[in-house]
Design a binder for this molecule. Structure first.
Ligand SMILES: Nc1ncnc2c1ncn2[C@@H]1O[C@H](COP(=O)(O)OP(=O)(O)OP(=O)(O)O)[C@@H](O)[C@H]1O
Ligand SMILES: [Mg+2]
Length: 295
């Protein structure tokens, strides 16, 4: 398995006046090879949870194991954990800083693996670093020849986001975590980023964990989804099953895809049609069912 969490709780400012209980008793296992979604209302604790996964936040109570590494204060394996478990923050383009795209992408690689020196014989040579940056750029759909020497600040929003993602996947993380990767992009940009993430699942990181506010996005990509509300996991199941709990989701201010709403409304009338996120396939099945029933 990739991530095993047991009874994880977290309080911001535990001793201060602004004490905030952000996670309550979370127990969850995410398996290797999953495309796992996390959804929940704003402030529910999603970012706090995932920041534990690469030890940006250390567990206060409960246990956490990621890619075989126990996340505990003082562990010597935390650097290796961060290379194995890459984290793409929300609006990652705001964290670009390099003078060139190449420098920006190489930063994580040099930081986590290091340059080859007498003291670090397993480090990378300049040529190897260049090759790895080139490979990462190609994986995110940016031509090395065209973009490597450009300033990241002169790129479009979508291109900047690709540079930021390249800077994470350059270490070839087994687990890739993305905090709302499509937010703020136009519909075409959203589709492109999601296609890119699906490609990364096939090429570099076979376990993907994605926070999203968008149920369609979850339905299209995730095999399982956890719903977080007020710091607790209140549901964890496949999107198809989740969408049958429409009332509970509405109670949590979460909406479901329109096809799922139609499916649920038909089910109430005694017409059972399996959910299919492709509305054309769904409509055809409904039409066949109705025509069949009318015979
Ligand atoms: N650094 C912090 N100090 C104090 N409280 C915090 C801090 N970061 C987050 N919180 C609080 O903890 C709770 C969970 O926040 P978190 O950022 O994990 O939510 P989220 O589900 O990611 O929300 P969003 O969808 O808006 O990104 C919120 O009530 C938030 O106000
Ligand atoms: Mg968040």
């Amino acid at each position: 398995m990739s991530i095993k969490i047991e009874n994880l709780s977290f309080i911001y400012n535990p001793k201060g006046a602004f004490k905030k209980e952000a996670l309550k008793n979370i127990t969850l296992t995410i398996n290797k090879g999953e495309f796992f979604g996390i959804i929940g209302h704003t402030g529910s604790g999603k970012s706090t949870l995932i920041q534990h996964f690469n030890a940006l936040i250390m567990p206060q109570s409960g246990t956490l194991e990621v890619a075989g590494i126990k996340v505990v204060e003082g562990s010597k394996e935390l650097k290796s954990l961060r290379a194995k478990c890459g984290m793409v923050f929300q609006y990652p383009e705001y964290q670009l800083f390099g003078e060139t795209v190449e420098e920006d992408i190489a930063f994580g690689l040099i930081n986590f693996i290091g340059k080859k020196t007498e003291k670090n014989p397993s480090g990378l040579t300049d040529q190897e670093i260049k090759e790895r940056v080139k490979e990462a750029m190609e994986l995110v759909g940016l031509s090395y020849n065209e973009f490597a020497m450009r300033s990241p600040f002169q790129l479009s929003g979508g291109q900047k986001r690709r540079v930021a993602i390249a800077g994470i996947i350059v270490t070839k993380p087994e687990i890739l975590i993305l905090d709302e990767p499509s937010s703020g992009l136009d519909p075409k940009g959203k589709q492109e980023i999601l296609q890119l993430i699906r490609n990364l699942k096939e090429t570099t990181s076979d376990t993907i964990i994605m926070i999203s506010h968008d149920m369609d996005e979850i339905a299209e990509n995730c095999s399982r989804v956890a719903v977080i509300a007020k710091g607790e996991i209140v549901m964890c199941m496949s999107p198809e099953e989740l969408f049958t709990h429409e009332e509970a989701l509405v109670g949590l201010s979460l909406d479901i895809p329109i096809v799922a709403k139609v499916r649920n409304a038909l089910a109430l009338k005694g017409i059972d049609v399996p959910y299919n996120r492709d509305y054309k396939v769904f409509a055809k099945t409904v039409a066949e069912k109705i025509a069949g029933g009318a015979k």
